[in-house]
Design a protein around this ligand. Structure first.
Ligand SMILES: C[S@@+](CC[C@H](N)C(=O)[O-])C[C@H]1O[C@@H](n2cnc3c(N)ncnc32)[C@H](O)[C@@H]1O
Length: 392
């Protein structure tokens, strides 16, 4: 495949769906599609993509990452039930008789049903919109039928109340099913629906190319009511959007609340508001540096096995880095030592951020070199991982 062909494919999937897959993933998936439609000829495949809109959907389907599960990021789900839903319920008024929530990028539905369970448990009337770009994922979501093991992380009492077991499948109860509307929606397409108390857009933006990610965040802010909440995945941050959202910290990590009106932020690196753990009052402590306020992820296991990075990690090394980090994803290693790396590029940061998401905050980065620590900070990886200086 020529560099131009790959760049052309990358541009198309970015423009169509916002996706920004690593080059090697794009190449592999495009080759698979080309093998089916143009006898493996990639230039012919590019021309075919131009003429057949449906093929772009199929390539997007092959590229999207649909990983999800019930009660994913459990501490966040807990924060939702304990703090966010009650706060938004208290904000209901005569003119607004129900909570409105949106699971944006719901994949096969587990996130939407998790949210629906928590809203139903609040006892308040609610409606929930769940959207994704993938028709295949939405078909699974609408059916509301999963493997029994998919329910392993659902607290038993909630599982008993909102699910039944039929023919060896875990089935969402009809009462809950009637509350959720699933729709195909591309987050790159305007306009967005509006008037939400709460939006979950978790583990979606991390796959997006930078400028489009920023655009989606700005539109999600407009979709929220003032004071409404945006939940992102553990490996995602709002970077330059502190003027639209205040970052609230809880045991569930950082969640974002839409400001009443956009703020002028003098020091974008400050986290403006911190929720004291377990307390109701929202204090206004003096601004602190991000790195000081966000290191709250769970402690790592005491017996730590490490992945040691060596040599250069530029764009072309993405596949090697992904392979080297496999022990982290398998759970056989719990820390990454970065000081041996001669070069760390942007793509390496993105791969590590994805690993942080998959590892749910259980992984530690070890770095003593100042340049490496600056790189971690620049890419906000110190918000996602515990960072220490390792064995000096
Ligand atoms: C990794 S899943 C996240 C599922 C769920 N939010 C969670 O955290 O468990 C990412 C989902 O985003 C969807 N997605 C990717 N690009 C999208 C787009 N442009 N518009 C809407 N959904 C998109 C994918 O189809 C996929 O189902």
């Amino acid at each position: 495949m020529s560099v131009n062909t790959l760049a052309d494919l990358a541009r198309r999937v970015a423009e169509y769906a916002g996706l920004d897959p690593p080059g090697w993933v794009l190449e592999a998936r495009a080759k698979e599609r080309a093998a089916r439609v143009t006898d493996g000829n990639l230039d012919a495949y590019c021309a075919f993509l131009e003429s057949d809109g449906g093929e772009l959907d199929l390539l997007t389907e092959a590229l999207r990452v649909g990983e999800t599960r019930f009660f994913r990021h459990a501490a966040q789900v807990e924060a939702l039930a304990r703090r966010v839903i009650p706060e938004r319920a208290a904000a209901l008024s005569d003119g607004r008789d129900r909570l409105r929530a949106w699971s944006a990028g719901c994949a096969s539905g587990e996130e939407a049903w998790t949210l629906a369970v928590q809203l139903a448990e609040s006892g308040k009337p609610f409606e929930l919109l769940a959207t994704d770009i993938s028709d295949a994922a939405l078909a699974v979501a609408r059916a509301g039928r999963y493997r029994i093991a998919a329910g392993d992380d659902v607290p038993p009492a909630l599982r008993a109340r909102h699910f039944t077991v039929e023919n060896d499948q875990l089935v969402v109860n009809v009462t809950l099913r009637n509350k959720v509307r699933f729709e195909r929606r591309n987050l790159l397409d305007a306009p967005y629906p509006r008037g939400f108390d709460l939006i979950l857009c978790r583990n979606v933006l991390i796959y997006f190319e930078g400028a489009r990610r920023d655009d989606v965040v700005a539109r999600l802010a407009e979709s929220l009511l003032p004071g409404g909440y945006l939940f992102l995945g553990y490996s995602e941050t709002l970077r330059s959007h502190e003027h639209l959202f205040e970052a609230l910290r809880d045991e569930g990590g950082v969640v974002y609340r839409r400001r009443d009106r956009p703020a002028r932020i003098a020091t974008p690196s400050a986290v403006p508001v911190v929720l004291p753990a377990g307390g109701q009052a929202i204090g206004q402590p003096p601004p602190r540096k991000r790195t000081e306020t966000v290191k709250t992820f769970p402690p790592v296991a005491t017996k730590v096995s490490s992945v040691r990075l060596r040599g250069s990690y530029d764009v072309a090394d993405a596949a090697r880095l992904t392979a080297e980090l496999k022990p982290i994803l398998d759970g056989t290693a719990q820390s990454v030592e970065l000081d041996g790396a001669a070069f760390l590029g942007d793509e390496a940061a993105r791969i590590l951020a994805r690993v942080a998401g998959a590892a749910n905050g259980k992984v530690k980065l070890r770095a003593a070199r100042a340049s490496v620590r600056r790189w971690l900070s620049r890419h906000e990886l110190d918000r996602l991982f515990l960072v220490d200086e390792g064995d000096k």
